[in-house]
Design a protein around this ligand. Structure first.
Ligand SMILES: Nc1ncnc2c1ncn2[C@@H]1O[C@H](COP(=O)(O)OP(=O)(O)OP(=O)(O)O)[C@@H](O)[C@H]1O
Length: 304
């Protein structure tokens, strides 16, 4: 298993406050790593640190095999593109000119790439329009284009769908999937939009109070998010007796509603209940989503 990024025991202190507290993560080559945590959990701090914008107080990370303390890590950084929080753009310049500046900063000559990048993020039509007159979504797309300059192997996106309309979100999602599948770009993406992340991520890392809560593959998460049917009946005793006879996996909730997990022959169950004189008053089917998994891991209250 080849790793793009490994983070070990990383701690970042601001005075006595630990924004990262012995945090560890593993981003395999080829992954789309969904980085999840509430406001202030430490996501941007981690991203800024691995991009070399700030030094860890303790711990280490390796990027494409180079340790953070190894001067050769600059080689890895050249193959990495990042968009962190709101992209810093030149308001008086057009999208094309902003990209030209970025290419020059990176020491790249290929101006043909600029048109391709603009097309890729859906900004070809913006012509001479100054970036200060762009919508939030357009700025966000230009930020992604800047991160893509130089065709990085590792793309780090901090909240990339922030401010995008539904169409924009679909386009960014398709772009991310295309970069990953066709160009084998490894992607680390932090987002509050769990529904959006669930459509992309191949692995998830959950962070809270600067600490790693869980790292889990999308497949493992899918297995952990079991299908569930909620039944409310008149007379729970008959329902429980019937479920026991089926050997079903169930849980009785407050108020008498029963949650039944896994594949259960529902129509057969309901028929059996009716035969025993037990009436079903309500039935709801739902998948435990990434959101409920996240809430069960981290808890519902927001500290921000
Ligand atoms: N330069 C700084 N000085 C002091 N505290 C800081 C600094 N930068 C970040 N913090 C604090 O570190 C914690 C983590 O912040 P960070 O921006 O990494 O969170 P985040 O998970 O990216 O949050 P969000 O989702 O809101 O962007 C916060 O409590 C924040 O106030």
């Amino acid at each position: 298993m080849e790793m793009m990024l490994t983070v070990r025991d990383l701690t970042k202190r601001y005075g006595s406050f630990k924004a990262l507290d012995h945090f560890s993560m593993n981003v395999e080559k080829g992954a789309i790593y969904g980085f999840v945590g509430r406001n202030g959990a430490g996501k941007t701090t981690l991203i800024r640190t691995i991009c070399g914008l700030q030094q860890p107080s303790y711990g280490e990370y390796t990027l494409m095999g180079y340790k953070h303390s190894d001067p050769q890590i600059v080689k890895s950084r050249r193959r990495m593109g990042a968009m962190i929080e709101t992209p810093s753009l030149y308001g008086q310049l057009s999208a094309q000119e902003n990209l030209k500046v970025q290419m020059r900063t990176l020491g790249l000559q290929d101006t043909r790439e600029i048109d391709e990048l603009l097309k890729e993020v859906g900004l070809s039509h913006t012509g001479r329009k100054k970036v200060k007159d762009f919508s939030l979504g357009m700025r966000q797309r230009l930020g992604i284009a800047l991160a893509l300059a130089g065709s990085p192997d590792f793309l780090v996106l901090d909240e990339p769908v922030n401010g995008l309309d539904p169409q924009g979100m679909i386009e960014v999602r398709e772009l991310i999937l295309k970069l990953n599948r066709q160009n084998q770009v490894t992607i680390l993406i932090s987002s509050h939009n769990l529904d959006e992340l669930a459509r992309l991520a191949t692995v998830y890392g959950f962070i809270d109070h600067g600490q790693r809560v869980k790292e889990i593959s999308a497949e493992e998460l899918e297995n952990a998010c079991r299908k569930c049917v909620e039944l409310t009946v008149e007379g729970n005793e008959i329902l429980i007796e019937t479920l026991e006879a089926y050997g079903a996996d169930y849980r009785i909730k407050a108020g008498g509603t029963v949650e039944i997990y896994g594949e259960t022959a529902l129509s057969e169950l309901i028929l059996k209940l009716a035969q025993k004189g037990c009436t079903v008053t309500s039935m709801k089917e739902h998948d435990e989503s990434l959101e409920s998994y996240y809430l069960s891991l981290i808890g519902g209250e927001d500290h921000a």
